[in-house]
Structure formats: C-alpha cells, structure tokens
Design a protein around this ligand. Structure first.
Ligand code: CP
Length: 339
C-alpha cells in the first residue's frame, strides 16, 4: 500500500510487506517514545482526535504519539458534547473538521461509521474503533508485541500458536487481529468463548482460507496448554442491547497465576487489549499475574505509542525527516529505560 495520505480504516488494506515497513518505522520511534530524544517533525500539524465512545488508551496514545512528533492535538470527546447530537451528519462533521486538522483519529459506536466519515474528509482518517467491526491500530500494536515477545524465544508469527479468549463476537480487536494473522503462515488458533459469543463466521473463513488451523471451544484450561500467546478479552457489555445479559458471561474465563502454572507451558505470553475487567465478578486476568514477567499487557500499551507514531509519520510522509528534526532531552528522565 502507499501510506502517504492514506486513510487507515481496516486491516484489509495491509499486505505483509506493509507490516514490515510499519514495524521497522515503529522501531525507529523508540528513542522519541522513551523521551531519550525529542523530534519536532510535525511542528505546526494538528491532529483532530474525535472519540465518540469511551476510551483511555487509544485516545491518549494517538494524542501522545502526535505530541511526541511535535504536533498539536484538538479533541472532541463523547457524543453529547458534539453537534452529532443535533442531527449533523458524519459527512458534514468530516467536511468541517478536516478543514481544521491535518489528520483525524476517530472512534464511534457504529460499525462502518469511520469509513463513512472518511469518505467526506479532506485529510487522512484513522479508525480508533468502529463498534464491533474493527480496531486496526490495536491489531497492529498487538502483532508488533507478539513479534517482540517471541523474538528471543526462537518463535515467530509464522507458525504461531495463539488462544483467543472471551467475547469473540463483539470484540473488535480480535476481529482485526484475525484478519492480520491471515497474512502469515501456518498459524494455529484456538477460539475460546461462550457459544453465544463465538467468533463470527466471516473471520473464521478468512483464517481457514489462509490455511490456518482453527479450533473452536468453550473450554479454557485445555486450550491454553500448548500455545505461545493467550490473548484474553473483556465481555463487551456496551454492545449488548440488554446490558444485564453481559452478566451471564462475565467471569466465565478467568486466568490467574495458579491456573497459569498448572496449565500453561513456561513463558506463555499473556496479552489483553485492555481495559481488563477487574471487578470481582469478572476478574478475567487476576492481579496476581502482575508480577509474572510473561504478562505483556502493559508492554502492549507502550508499544501502541510506537506503532501510532509510525502510522503518523508514514501517512504524513515524514518518516525520513524524523531524526533531522531531533534534539536531546534537557529534563531528567525518571523512566527506567532498561524495562
Ligand atoms: N484497547 C483499547 O482500545 O483501549 P481503550 O478502549 O481504553 O481505548
């Protein structure tokens, strides 16, 4: 794909070679993300960060990534504080906001809404999650994390063994990740969910078309025994027409240190797009896993910064200029950069 000026709406836009370009660029962002260097390559540019649905990581990560490249961020948060609530169309909103911005990130509860918005935008639009459809930047940072975590273990994305656990029907991160894994070879996927929250058939078809082995089950322990990655997800209560229905499934698949020790191979990596549901009735990833070095959930979030910085510099065509606009950091950096 040609990144320059492109909307980033779906994983379907990417080929394997594009992922290599993106991940190589993300690696180059590390000194800036870790505040060892400052770059002002996007000085003067404005990101319109439009989040019409709740978010902590994606919104702040896109915004911080843009700031770290020297750009400014303008935000609109929540449907109630935007004129969409007055009946303005997504297209008119796009026509107006793209006059104020150089790139726009958007999250919206309706599947397809970000593409609809992008169709009327004069600047590139990045999908920060459209309902239960896709969350492409999350899948990209997830795959980047998988590659990094497996690097030192003699395993790669080709031949990966992964268990996806939880709400696979509404979980957009796993939908995008399935599409992304379809670009690779010989992946073994175990899809663990309640029957009612199973992975939609179109994603399973996509995996099988790629020649991957797919097992569908509602049994957790046996499914996590021989995998490289356990990728847990939250029950997406906001997607249920009756939220009380979500209570039927919350807490169905819990992972804690005792279960991990008994069933997982040593060094199995634990991932989750976050937020994890830590309420007692859910507790899908117990906090007793927090000291397990194989818990990668916060490294995932850190990697999101690198991948989103990479998306910005590629789409705005400044990847080759980042270092030219760099200088040293004058303040005390209290981060432990070895971590
Ligand atoms: N992973 C993710 O999308 O998190 P937020 O909902 O907090 O953005």
């Amino acid at each position: 794909m040609n990144f320059t000026g492109a909307h980033i709406l779906s994983i379907e836009q990417f080929e394997r070679a594009d992922i290599e370009v993106l991940f190589g660029t993300a690696d180059n962002m590390e000194p800036y993300a870790q505040r060892r260097r400052i770059t002002r390559v996007l000085e003067g540019a404005i990101l319109g960060n439009m989040f019409f649905e709740a978010s902590t990581r994606t919104r702040i990560s896109f915004g911080s990534a843009f700031n770290l490249l020297g750009g400014d961020v303008r935000e609109s948060v929540g449907m109630d504080s935007s004129s969409l609530i007055k009946g303005e169309s997504l297209q008119d909103t796009a026509r107006v906001l793209s006059g104020f911005s150089d790139v726009i990130c958007m999250r919206h509860p309706e599947p397809g809404s970000v593409a609809q918005f992008a169709s009327a935008s004069r600047v590139p639009v990045m999908n920060g999650g459209d309902g239960s459809n896709e969350h492409p930047s999350q899948a990209l940072l997830d795959l980047y994390t998988i590659a990094k975590e497996l690097q030192g273990r003699g395993r790669g994305i080709d031949g990966l063994r992964i268990a996806m656990v939880g709400d696979l029907k509404f979980g957009r991160t796993v939908h995008s990740l399935c599409k992304l894994l379809s670009l690779y070879q010989n992946v073994q996927l175990t899809l663990v969910s309640p029957v009612e929250l199973a992975m939609p058939e179109k994603y399973i078809e996509c995996l099988r078309k790629a020649g991957h082995q797919v097992v569908i089950t509602d049994q957790l322990e046996a499914s996590i025994a021989h995998v490289d990655i356990v990728y847990s997800t939250r029950i997406q209560e906001e997607r249920f027409s009756d939220r009380a229905q979500a209570d039927l499934y919350r807490g169905r698949f819990r992972l804690n240190q005792a279960i991990y020790t008994e069933h997982c191979e040593p060094n199995t990596v634990i991932m989750h797009p976050l937020p994890r549901d830590s309420r007692v009735e859910a507790n899908e990833l117990d906090t007793d896993l927090d000291t397990n070095p194989n818990l990668a959930i916060f490294r995932q979030a850190d990697n999101g910064l690198l991948v989103r910085m990479a998306l910005f510099v590629l789409v705005l065509d400044v990847a080759h200029l980042v270092d030219r606009h760099a200088k040293d950091v004058p303040w005390h950096n209290s981060r432990d950069l070895a971590k």
